[in-house]
Write a protein that binds this ligand. Sequence first.
Ligand code: SF4
Length: 364
Amino acid sequence: MLRAELAGHGVGEPVARKVFARVHRDWGSRLDDMELLPAKVRAALADLGPFPELETLERRRAADGFVKYLFRLPDGAEIEAVRIPLPHPADARALKERRQRGEAHGLVALPTAKYSLCISSQVGCALGCAFCSTGKLGFSRNLATWEMLAQVHAVLREADHPVRGVLFLGMGEPLLNYDNVMAAARILSHPAGLAISADAISISTAGVAPAIRRFAAEKTRFRLMVSLAAPTRPMRLSLMPIEERWPIEELVAAVRDYADTSRSRVTLAYVGISGANMSRQAARDVARLFAGIRVKVNLIDVNDSAGRYQPPTDAEVAEFRAELSAHAIPVVRRYAGGRDICAACGTLAATRQGGVVLGEGPGR
Ligand code: SF4
């Protein structure tokens, strides 16, 4: 849009690219301050002010190093984003090898080398998944593209390590705000923007089937992550009301299209709930549904702040995993960090609880 606006004023592509880079790297840059633009163009664009800053209401650090940000938007709405510390890949590999040799057990803290950010795409969410705090807020509005980018810039500005990944997995259903989310993802990955690898940008969905088809048709390079908490219609109806609008068969057909087009393995984020969806039969149902589609399962413990749903036991996980492995479906149990500050998956609800409240300044 910015480049089209500049082209309308006769600004050529090389200069437009520099302006784009300034605007998206130096958040808050003003077009009317940019001397690389002719004075006439600057005057004409004077009304296009800089993108506003988000007001950071609070930062809370969890015991495991996750930091949750609470932002206030210009209209007073509050949203959250989570900064996730990641180790250097070589350290992570070495730890994996030590685990395989039985020399490391449980959680092992590794030095932080970079961050990934989990950002919000809507204020609240209309989909009302039974295990999710955001769903209980209801839906207020979609975030504008700049409001998603501003979350990244607010965190980046004070981070002591680079941001190398972004997850559209915070508050809201990203594919119900498709155009704005995709515009934000494109700017984040653009070489003249923040140059975050498209492979490191994940967009999650609870199952908006038509938007998955659009995602596939557009051959986007970003990763799709499908949130799946139930492999049968009755189970899904009780946990994810989206089943009424886009039944599970329609979701699977859309995922098949996406897998065929992208030729990549689709990530199913499976929210594990003890006594509900972790039986051997549930694993068989997942395998049956996705037979012939290249998928992998990221198993994430449910985080229900109301306490109604409990995470699976180790025995349930072992059984579920064994059954999926028998069907050649890779399973990884994902660590859901930041539990003590309500920063884990399913707990973002603009609350102020737990952890250590941080001040301003790099590397906090
Ligand atoms: S899990 Fe995602 S889609 Fe479901 S209610 Fe929460 S934010 Fe919305």
